[in-house]
Design a protein around this ligand. Sequence first.
Ligand SMILES: Cc1cc2nc3c(=O)[nH]c(=O)nc-3n(C[C@H](O)[C@H](O)[C@H](O)COP(=O)(O)O)c2cc1C
Length: 514
Amino acid sequence: MDVSEVHRIAVTIIEYGVLLFSFLLGIGVLALFVMYLVDKTQTTHTIRRNYPVVGRFRYLFEHLGEFFRQYFFAMDREELPFNRAERSWVYRAAKQVDTTVAFGSTRPLDHEGDIIFLNSPFPTLDEDAVEPKPVTIGEGSARRPYTTSSILNVSGMSYGAISRPAVLALSSGAREAGIWMNTGEGGLSPYHLEGGCDIVFQIGTAKYGVRDEQGKLDDEKLKAIAAHEQVRMFEIKMSQGAKPGKGGILPGEKVTEEIAGIRHIGIGEDSISPNGHVDIRSVGDLLDMIARVREVTGKPVGFKTVVGQLSFFEDLFEEIHSRGLASAPDFITIDSADGGTGAAPQALIDYVGMPLRESLPIVIDLLHEYGLRERIKVIASGKLINPGKVAWALGVGADFCVSARGFMFALGCIQALQCNKNTCPTGITTHNKELQKGLVPAEKSKRVAAYAARVAYGVGIIAHSCGVAEPRGLQRQHMRVIESSEKSHGMLELDPIPELRPELADKLRNAAGQ
Ligand SMILES: Cc1cc2nc3c(=O)[nH]c(=O)nc-3n(C[C@H](O)[C@H](O)[C@H](O)COP(=O)(O)O)c2cc1C
């Protein structure tokens, strides 16, 4: 090939390049012009009508912001529902990498209302530390009481709200860690059983998995569930923190053939549970239902609720005393108003129910007042994802803690806030097979187990610092609420300096006179 030939080919390529570029440019300009006309003439979106074409970026950035602000803009302790410091602790614990931090705490230690623990001058020595002691639920009331020493367990998330690989990873990880997993209100799936962990079966307001044709509780189905050795307890879901007074909401796009089969509903139909149990309309009905489920299954029975009107507990405890202690629930799960959910109306998630911080001490105190503290075990939930929070709940008086979102983080959740769609980027709350590919149960189950173990270990560290040999030895006296006020200029408000003891006053006066 001679030089003129090369030159000719080069010129042809450049000519075609320029032609292609002009063509693409023309298409681009035409597309912008069409967008301009569409935006200018449409009447639905104000911003697009006032700022044609460029206004469209707002929607794009708003959407992308959900994913990216956590990386670029939010400070360590800033985000909600969980900030980066909390989440990254879980990621590191689950991956079994170093969870120590350097230089100083990013947790403001003068933040009013926060808790600090009171260290002992004589911390527990390693050789004096003991394993968490076992607790028995349903002793003397259920034919098959349940004993476990677990600290943090997996809170209810239905198969439906979360995916098949997520359920499998959680159930396998829970078995490895020796903790229980709650089914949530969507019934018992083969994947709950496959992992081999202890299971708490939740009876939701739609009674999925144990309902008859009319949606009422079916004793035969209940018996069949209880026949599984792994199913250790039954929990009647009265309400959950994120949506008190509203039943489960599973959007139709997440109701696959299998999920529809387990729940006995139509494929692709929205799965909406009633706001409350149609057959539990009073404290008496609740105790009747507890007695019935306990009788049919032989296993401990309790209920889950977010605390609202306190008269409910007073009425319930009065009724228990009039029927006898055997009628009491074996446990109560107190969920926090800031708990998580697959989907909830914003009106409820933002405004209804008491946060655990307030409700847990109230319920524990009422149980003491009514002499029921020993009889009824207490399970606490709501943002208890780090050792400090779990230690607080145990110290206030809970027997166990459970978490949903902590274990989701252990599975790799990035807080993309997509649980109510079928688009979870980490495969946890989607039934899209492509998105599920990233969630490998064999790998993630190890993280679930490691996370549970590291939380228990972390609570132990706090207990030891307070001079207590094991996590359940923590008590309220080991904690202090940080108060700030105008008077103390935002510093910790210290107790006033006490008066000198009278017996010492004389002694000192005499000594000074000598
Ligand atoms: C995806 C998802 C699904 C849930 N499904 C249920 C459910 O079926 N039944 C229930 O009682 N609570 C359900 N919850 C609430 C949790 O069990 C728990 O009470 C709440 O999230 C507070 O715990 P956390 O702050 O550790 O997440 C769900 C929560 C999430 C995030």
